[in-house]
Design a binder for this molecule. Structure first.
Ligand SMILES: *Cc1c(COP(=O)(O)O)cnc(C)c1O
Length: 437
C-alpha cells in the first residue's frame, strides 16, 4: 500500500518507493478490455508499445463518488513528456478531447470548455457568463450540491430561489412548473446526481417541463457525478449546459473542469448586456481558445493542464472508441448498481433515495442498519482495502455512507472490484454484529 511519505524516508519506505517503480513490467497477461490502438486523429498520442506495459502499484480499492479508479492507460498517458501547449501536436490532442466530450453527451454542436480547475469551476462559469447580476435563478435541491451551486450564483449577484425535495426524494415536476409560471427565470439548475444523497433527477423530464412552460429559461445540469455513468442526451432533451469534471465517471485524475454549452446558451452569453463577472472563468477569454484547438491551431489565454489533457484523451478514447459501447457502458452501470444496492439491502443497509427511480447508477448512499454507526463499518472496510466515503448531507450525516461505482470498476468485471466490494460489505457487517454480540 502506498503511504504518505515523510520528508525523510526510512529504508523500508525507500524500498517501497523502488518497488513502485519496478511495477513498470512486461505484460504477462493483458489487463485491459480496450483496444490498444486509437482511432484518434492525433499523431502525437503515444501508444503503449506491445512489449512494455505500465502497471500501477498495488493500492486500496477506491470506491468513493470521485475520484474513482483509473486505468493504467490513463495514468500512463499522464506521464507524457512535457509538451508545449502551443504546439500543433498538443492542439490535435486537445481538439480530439473537445470532439469526444461532445460525443459522450450525444451532441452535434454544443461547445465544450476544458479548463484547469475542478467541477466547482463549472458553477462559476455558469454564474459569471450566463446570469447577469440581479437576474433570477431557480435551483432544484436534492441535497448538498444544490446549496453550493445556489451559493455560487449568489456570489455573482443572482437572485436565487430553491425548490427543496425531502431527503432522498426528487423535486416534483408540478412544483417546477408552478415556480416557472410564477416568475421569469434566466436559468434553472438541476443536480443530475446529487452526490450527497445518490438521488438521480429525471433530467429529460425536467427539461421537457421547462421547454413547455418557460422555453427561454436555460436548463443547467450539474452532472459532475453523472457524465459517463448516466445517459445524457444533450441535444435531444434540450439541456443547455452540462458541467462536470474529470475525476468521477470520466475516469481521469482530478484537475479539469468540463463545461459543455448549447449554441442557445452561447447566444445568450454573446448577447448579455453587462460585462462577464469573472476574469479566469470568462468565456470571452476561453471561447477563442477552444475554437482554435478544435481547428488544429493554437491560441493562448492561460496554460492548460497539458499532461492531464493527455490522460483525459486516453480515457475519452477508451469510453467512446473502446470495445464497450457508450450504450453498453450505461447498461453496465445500471446492472452493477442494482447488484450492489440489492446485496446491501439484503444484509440490512437501506438506500437513501426513497424511490427506485430516484436511485443513481454510479453511486449508492446507504443508511447503516439500526444500531450501527460509521465507526462500526467504514474502518473495517478500510482494513479490507476498500475505501468508501462518509455521509455528506447535513440532516443525515452520521446515519449513512456513500459508495462510488463508476468507470473501469464497473466496466471491466475481470478486475473483480465489485465482487470485492460486495464481499467486504458482507464480511464487515458480520464482524460488526459479532463485536456487539
Ligand atoms: C463532486 C461534485 C461537485 C464538485 O466537484 P469538484 O470537482 O469537487 O469541485 C459538484 N457537483 C456534484 C454533483 C459533485 O458530485
Amino acid at each position: 500500500m502506498r503511504k504518505v511519505l515523510s520528508p525523510v524516508m526510512n529504508p523500508n519506505q525507500i524500498a517501497m518507493r523502488l518497488s513502485a517503480f519496478r511495477n513498470f513490467q512486461l505484460p504477462s497477461k493483458s489487463t485491459s478490455v480496450f483496444k490498444r490502438t486509437t482511432t484518434s486523429r492525433s499523431s502525437s498520442v503515444r501508444k503503449m508499445s506491445t512489449d512494455q506495459k505500465f502497471v500501477q502499484s498495488p493500492h486500496k480499492l477506491l470506491v468513493i463518488p470521485g475520484p474513482i479508479e483509473v486505468t493504467d492507460e490513463v495514468l500512463y498517458a499522464n506521464a507524457h513528456p512535457s509538451m508545449s501547449h502551443m504546439s500543433l501536436d498538443f492542439a490535435s490532442v486537445f481538439g480530439d478531447c473537445v470532439r469526444m466530450t461532445r460525443d459522450i453527451l450525444y451532441s452535434k454542436d454544443a461547445q465544450p470548455f476544458l479548463i484547469a480547475g475542478s467541477g466547482t469551476l463549472g458553477w462559476d462559469q455558469v454564474s459569471a457568463n450566463l446570469v447577469e447580476p440581479g437576474e433570477n435563478a431557480l435551483v432544484l435541491h436534492c441535497g448538498y450540491f444544490a446549496d453550493s451551486f445556489a451559493d455560487c450564483l449568489q456570489t455573482y449577484g443572482a437572485q436565487v430561489d430553491q425548490i427543496k425535495a425531502e431527503v432522498g426524494g426528487m423535486v416534483k415536476a408540478a412544483d417546477i412548473e408552478s415556480a416557472l409560471k410564477s416568475k421569469r427565470y434566466k436559468v434553472i439548475t438541476v443536480t443530475h446526481v446529487d452526490t450527497s444523497t445518490a438521488v438521480l433527477s429525471n433530467l429529460k423530464e425536467i427539461a421537457a417541463v421547462v421547454k413547455k412552460v418557460s422555453p427561454d429559461t436555460l436548463v443547467i445540469a450539474d452532472a459532475v457525478c453523472s457524465v459517463a455513468s448516466e445517459e445524457i442526451q444533450m441535444d435531444a432533451w434540450g439541456v443547455d449546459v452540462v458541467l462536470t469534471a474529470t475525476q468521477k465517471g470520466l475516469g481521469t485524475p482530478p484537475g479539469l473542469s468540463i463545461v459543455v454549452a448549447s449554441q442557445k446558451a452561447i447566444k445568450v452569453f454573446e448577447t448579455r448586456s453587462t460585462p462577464v463577472t469573472s476574469y479566469y472563468a470568462s468565456w470571452k477569454k476561453w471561447l477563442p481558445i477552444m475554437k482554435a484547438y478544435e481547428a488544429n491551431t493554437v491560441a493562448y489565454f492561460a496554460t492548460p493542464p497539458v499532461n492531464l489533457i493527455y490522460a483525459y484523451h486516453a480515457s475519452l478514447t477508451q469510453i467512446t472508441k473502446g470495445n464497450v459501447s457508450l450504450e453498453q457502458r450505461f447498461k453496465l452501470h445500471q446492472e452493477v448498481s442494482r447488484r450492489i444496492k440489492d446485496a446491501a439491502e439484503e444484509i440490512g443497509f437501506r438506500n437513501v433515495p426513497t424511490s427506485v427511480e430516484a436511485r443513481a447508477n454510479g453511486m449508492s448512499a446507504l443508511y447503516f442498519p439500526e444500531g450501527f454507526v460509521a465507526s462500526d463499518i467504514v474502518p473495517r472496510l478500510l482494513k479490507k482495502d476498500v475505501v468508501v466515503a462518509g455521509g455528506l448531507h447535513g440532516a443525515i450525516k452520521d446515519k449513512y455512507f456513500r459508495i462510488g461505482h463508476m468507470g473501469i470498476s464497473v466496466v471491466d468485471s475481470r478486475r473483480g472490484d465489485i465482487d470485492k466490494l460486495i464481499n467486504a460489505l458482507k464480511e464487515t457487517l458480520a464482524e460488526a454484529k459479532a463485536s456487539k454480540a
